[in-house]
Write a protein that binds this ligand. Structure first.
Ligand code: AMP
Length: 404
């Protein structure tokens, strides 16, 4: 019996997103989501390939119950977790620190290391661990593979990864730039090279992952050399609800003068800042609609968002020296043509331009939006983190177990 299926799990504190893929052709057999775990109104939405979605609402107490419910839904389509065709379960793990540079088969040592990293990823790593432990309990015989958001960025040189603070203090508290969205940056930078018909090793790309969370990376010949998120996913671009870069002294000021606690400032900067803090909306569709109606607050929020984006494009242009392509991805990057147009407007001297007709075309496939013969390709490259996690997981278990 060939084992070619990979279940991808992305476990959050109160949600589990999942996809079951057949790696013979990278097709989706089912996708789904359990949300509001621990509440009375938990919701499971399950969509088998080529069939109607099934939804269910009711209490799902914890992650174990959630995964059992997912397994029951999959079983209805003959895809249950007990199937011998399941080769492994791939888990998204947000923080892998410096240690995890590759996808890794989970054992007790790996679990302990992910746990040790909780202080630098307090929101994410505990949920990721719960997901892994739950899956292990359900299928103890199956390889569980951790695919880290930080792994792609571990190639950054020290000059990019270190903050300019006292080295001893930094090392003691493991303070450095780790970067996130690495699975997406890896996938999109490779897919961009493919779109250009060139080998990843020959191509320098600036990847702009613009979703509700947003990050930029500079990728030289397939290797990440800089990225905008840092110790945590708070640094860098303006995001849906996160501030991105600002003077760190804002925090002391809010403590000393504003009388705010560390937790209050954490919530302010992570949940009530960025676009939502600037104009009350974090959805780019709503912001564009308000701008079209002449809303000045929405316009200012958009302008601040674009200004920051441009600064990163310029910075990473300088870091790379030669740029072959800029790739826009994730919810905003893939869908918001005005963001793409504004981000490169005025950068013609850098060889950057967008063809407005090509930019207006919508679609699911990777595509170029720069004018023909442009010095730098500008591309829209839809990200696929689940496929990347499944691909990395399958490659690892196939390599170690000779699965057919
Ligand atoms: P993500 O985190 O990648 O799922 O991206 C979610 C964000 O993408 C939303 O908050 C919106 O701001 C943005 N988005 C999604 N669809 C569109 C669209 N059609 N036009 C503009 N922005 C969009």
């Amino acid at each position: 019996m060939s084992s070619s299926r990979i279940l991808v799990l992305n476990s959050g504190s109160s949600s589990v997103k999942y996809q079951l893929l057949d790696m013979r052709d990278s097709s989706r057999l089912a996708v789904g989501l359990v949300e509001r775990i621990g509440e009375e109104t938990s919701r499971l939405k399950h969509t088998p390939a080529g069939a109607e979605a099934r939804e269910w609402t009711g209490p799902i107490a914890d992650h174990e119950a959630a995964l059992k419910a997912v397994s029951a839904e999959l079983a209805k389509d003959g895809l249950g977790l007990d199937s011998p065709e399941l080769a492994a379960i791939g888990h998204r793990v947000v923080h892998g620190g410096k240690h995890f540079t590759e996808p890794t088969v989970v054992d007790d040592t790996v679990l302990a290391e992910i746990e040790r990293l909780i202080p630098v990823a307090p929101l994410h790593n505990p949920a990721n661990l719960t997901g892994i432990r739950t899956a292990q309990a359900l299928r103890p015989d199956l390889p569980q593979v951790a695919v880290f958001d930080t792994a792609f960025h571990t190639t950054m040189p020290e000059s990019a990864a270190r903050y300019a603070i006292d080295v001893q203090t930094a090392d003691e508290h493991r303070i450095r730039r780790y970067g996130f969205h690495g699975t997406s940056h890896a996938y999109v930078s490779r897919a961009t090279a493919q779109l250009l018909g060139r080998a990843p090793e020959d191509v320098n790309v600036i990847v702009l992952h613009l979703g509700n969370g947003a990050s930029a990376s500079a990728v030289r010949g397939g290797t990440c050399v800089d990225t905008s998120m840092g110790l945590t996913p708070l640094e860098g671009l303006v995001m849906g609800t996160r501030s991105g870069d600002m003077d760190p002294a804002v925090i002391f000021h809010l403590m000393r003068v504003g009388g705010m606690s560390a937790d209050e400032i954490d919530t302010l900067l992570n949940k009530k800042s960025g676009l939502i803090g600037l104009c009350g909306d974090n959805d780019m569709r709503e912001i564009r609609r308000r701008i079209d109606e002449g809303d000045e607050q929405a316009q200012l929020a958009f302008d601040i968002y674009i200004h920051r984006l441009k600064k990163y494009i310029g910075a990473y242009y300088a870091v790379l020296g030669r740029v072959d392509a800029i790739a826009f991805t994730a919810g905003v990057g893939e869908n918001a043509a005005p963001v793409r147009e504004a981000a490169v407007a005025g950068l013609e001297e850098l060889g950057l331009a967008v063809d407005s007709e090509l930019n207006a075309v919508r679609g699911d496939a990777p595509r170029l939006i720069s004018p023909e013969h442009a010095r730098v390709a500008v591309a829209v490259v839809p990200t696929d983190e689940e496929l990347e996690i499944a691909t990395q997981t399958y490659a690892l278990v196939k390599g170690s177990q000779n699965l057919t």
